[in-house]
Design a protein around this ligand. Structure first.
Ligand SMILES: [Zn+2]
Length: 264
């Protein structure tokens, strides 16, 4: 039985079992078995697709997203030993956007996080932001970011047309996943703002990201900072700076688990 089926079955059972004694009356003195939780982290870009570039030097977004994803995976498992964390890529591989979310669907992830670094037209923007999928972007900037991240040349089939709209509408109908994604996105922003009070909190935004489309679980895309900005690229290229960013996302993941998954 898949874990998800088990969980659904379990909550349906407990919901209807009002006459059962409280759980603590049944608890034996043995370790609590924590509820399973599977997180898929998607290091943005990779292989032929480098993403944006650092303000100075040859570092590409794809290298940073992989480093961030790997240390985040380790930190999440430290904090939540019951969690299973999988990466869409573990090396410098070219992955189509549809393969990323396809992988998360295949492994029946409970949560999907795509990690990216931002860039702006004049290299003068700063801050961190988290996106949810929506048909309409919440602002012109959000639309531009989505356009840049979507523009991998092989993101979606050229003749998608009507099917694509159908997929989007179906996704938008999944209100529980969207609500949960919004909760996770807010937690990430809150934890980043706590660690970086002097950086710009660009908030939770809506945009039409191909990489989130078709996800059958709560899915968000986090832009950790602007790699093309002088100060922010220094932060992102610094191991200590990345460590703080990772800690923020890991803590956000833990609160998501406690506030959303555990409470059902
Ligand atoms: Zn990106």
């Amino acid at each position: 039985m898949h874990r998800r089926d088990f969980l659904l079955g379990f909550s349906a059972l407990t919901a209807g079992a009002a006459v059962l004694r409280p759980a603590r009356a049944l608890a034996a003195p043995r370790p609590v078995i924590e509820q399973g939780f599977r997180l898929v982290i998607d290091p943005g870009h990779g292989g032929e697709n480098g993403g944006c570039r650092a303000h100075r030097g040859g570092v590409h977004e794809k290298q940073l997203t992989l480093m961030l994803a790997q240390s985040l995976a380790g930190r999440v498992v430290d904090l939540m030993p019951h969690a299973e964390v999988l990466l869409t890529r573990e090396a410098d591989e070219t992955l189509h956007l549809t393969q990323r979310v396809g992988f998360a669907n295949e492994v029946e992830a409970d949560l999907f996080l795509s990690l990216h670094c931002n860039a702006s037209r004049n290299g003068d923007q700063t801050g961190f932001e988290t996106f949810l999928l929506d048909v309409k972007a919440s602002s012109h900037d959000a639309a531009l970011t989505a356009q840049r991240e979507n523009d991998e040349g092989f993101g979606r089939p050229r003749d998608a047309g009507g099917d694509e709209v159908a997929v989007m509408l179906r996704e938008l109908g999944m209100t529980n996943d969207r609500k949960h994604a919004a909760h996770y996105a807010a937690a990430i922003q809150r934890e980043q703002a706590r660690r970086f009070p002097n950086r710009v909190d660009r908030g939770v935004r809506l945009a039409n990201f191909d990489v989130l489309m078709g996800a059958r679980m709560p899915a968000v895309l986090h832009e950790v900072g602007f790699l093309d900005h002088e100060d922010e690229s220094k932060l992102l290229l610094d191991e200590g700076g990345r460590g703080q960013i990772v800690e923020a996302i890991a803590q956000a993941t833990l609160s998501y688990f406690n506030e959303v998954v555990r409470r059902g």
